[in-house]
Design a protein around this ligand. Structure first.
Ligand SMILES: Cc1ncc(COP(=O)(O)O)c(C=O)c1O
Length: 454
């Protein structure tokens, strides 16, 4: 019998999903949602339950769901009979997008940069950056950082810190060398308060060592704030030192701003805070205004790859370009990076306030609206000499938040970091509500004994 879609309950949709969709599916396992409507930070499922969405398409939705400027731009484009799909042919929509994007970039990218439209995922743009720098330098080894996340293709996955998704996958890109990423409270080199100086010194000595075992690299690839790795911001001075070093050694610096780009960390680009400029900038997520789009922008000196070196059928997503163009205009007009910085500060302040009542609330960290809360077992010491991560409690808290109408992600080592990535348009009222519900979730799970990961 044919059942009209609208008459099904969330539970029915979820069970149909479990029946038809791949075992590799992820979010619905932890956040059992069948979404009917969405606006701003709000989601409503088919049962009529409302949620505050602090996942926002994994940090994609800078303006939240269905923002009026995005909807209007898409409707206008459709009404004009303009094309939707154009491979890499140019169009007025593409030209305007490129012009607007370049206007936001620092020199020399602004006046002498090149752009490559990629298959519409962050991972594909990362693949493009790898090819570009390998071809330009004639080298093949890559420097990446522990805790990093750059996507799920064989090249991007090879640069992932988390070992789980790489298990049982032989043949990932070879010649990736992992370097320590500074971590304020859990220094990978064991110092008490990590300001990145030890890590920078180590990397510098390593890369200058003729016996380091690392062939001259094609690129250093990094996030300025590690996202999936658990909302870990790099110190400004460390980033400046990495920039200086890569410049001196002739190693192209690839900055992955797939998650941080367009205002999330309190500046339009996360690298701005340290006053550095990458050789290759990787962008996706927010730039498509909630539709799929991914690009790399790079220094013209690197533009040595031949025609066809990186293609992809869907690199001409016109709706994403107009939605992205309007999203950028709105972000700049409303100064959303400054708003994100203020809302992020407030959220971190409120979450930090939970530490006194709930000893399992560990470090609260992040930058702008990329906020993480480490969930720990204060009674157990982990192998790094700090309180053990408590991933099981983090999952219990995620569940308790969900039951109370707040959607948060978990990430970081052992999945023990609650991650908040609300839309940049989140209001003070929303933040208070979110923090209040997280507080209730903490109280509800306080007595629950959970296994710690050591
Ligand atoms: C920093 C970073 N790079 C790359 C990616 C991969 O993007 P995609 O999932 O669109 O392939 C992500 C996704 O979360 C990311 O956060």
């Amino acid at each position: 019998m044919h059942v009209r879609a609208a008459t099904r309950t969330s539970e029915e949709y979820l069970s149909r999903q479990a029946k038809f969709e791949s075992n590799a599916r992820t979010y619905p396992r932890k956040l059992p949602l069948a979404i009917k409507r969405a606006h701003g930070i709000h989601l409503v499922d088919v049962n009529g339950t409302s949620y505050l969405d602090c996942l926002a398409g994994a940090g994609t939705l800078a303006l939240g769901h269905n923002h009026p400027v995005v909807v209007a731009a898409v409707q206008r484009h459709l009404a004009e009979g303009a094309p939707l799909h154009t491979l890499d042919f140019t169009t007025p929509a593409k030209d305007e997008f490129v012009e607007a994007l370049f206007a936001t970039l620092p020199e020399p990218l602004r006046s002498r940069g090149r752009i490559q439209f990629c298959g519409p995922s962050g991972s594909d743009a990362i693949e493009a950056a790898l090819k570009l720098t390998k071809i330009a330098t004639g080298r093949r080894s890559i420097l990446a950082f522990s805790g990093g996340y750059h996507g799920q293709t064989h090249g991007s996955l090879a640069m992932m810190g988390n070992l789980g998704p790489k298990a049982n996958l032989p043949g990932l890109m070879a010649d990736v060398h992992f370097l320590p990423f500074p971590h304020g409270t859990r220094c990978p080199l064991g110092c008490d308060r990590c300001d990145g100086e030890h890590s920078a010194g180590y990397v510098e000595r390593l890369l200058r060592d003729p016996e380091s075992g690392i062939a001259p690299p094609a690129a250093m690839v990094m996030e300025v704030v590690q996202g999936e790795g658990g909302s870990i911001p790099a110190p400004d001075n460390w980033l400046r030192r990495m920039r200086r070093l890569t410049e001196e050694l002739g190693i192209p610096l690839v900055i992955d701003e797939v998650q941080t780009g367009w205002g999330r960390t309190g500046t339009l680009y996360a690298f701005e805070r340290a006053g550095v400029v990458p050789d290759v900038l990787v962008l996706s997520k927010a730039i498509g205004g909630s539709l799929p789009l991914a690009v790399i922008v790079y220094r013209e000196e690197l533009d040595k790859w031949p025609p066809g070196a990186h293609t992809g059928t869907f690199r001409g997503n016109q709706l994403a370009m107009v939605a992205g163009r309007e999203t950028l205009r709105y972000i700049l007009d409303q100064d959303l990076p400054a708003h994100a910085a203020a809302m992020g500060r407030l959220l971190m302040e409120r979450l930090t306030g939970l530490q006194t009542r709930h000893p399992f609330v560990g470090e609260v960290r992040g930058r702008g609206l990329m906020v993480g809360v480490e969930i720990i077992d204060p009674a157990t010491t982990g192998p790094d000499g700090h309180a053990a991560y408590d991933g099981a409690r983090a999952r219990a808290l995620q569940q308790a938040c969900f039951e109370r109408g707040v959607i948060v992600e978990t990430g970081g080592r052992h999945g023990a970091v609650l991650r908040f990535l609300p839309p940049l348009v989140v209001t003070q009222h929303d933040v208070e509500q979110i923090a209040g519900i997280v507080g209730e979730a903490c109280a509800a799970t306080a007595g629950v004994a959970t296994a710690t990961h050591v």
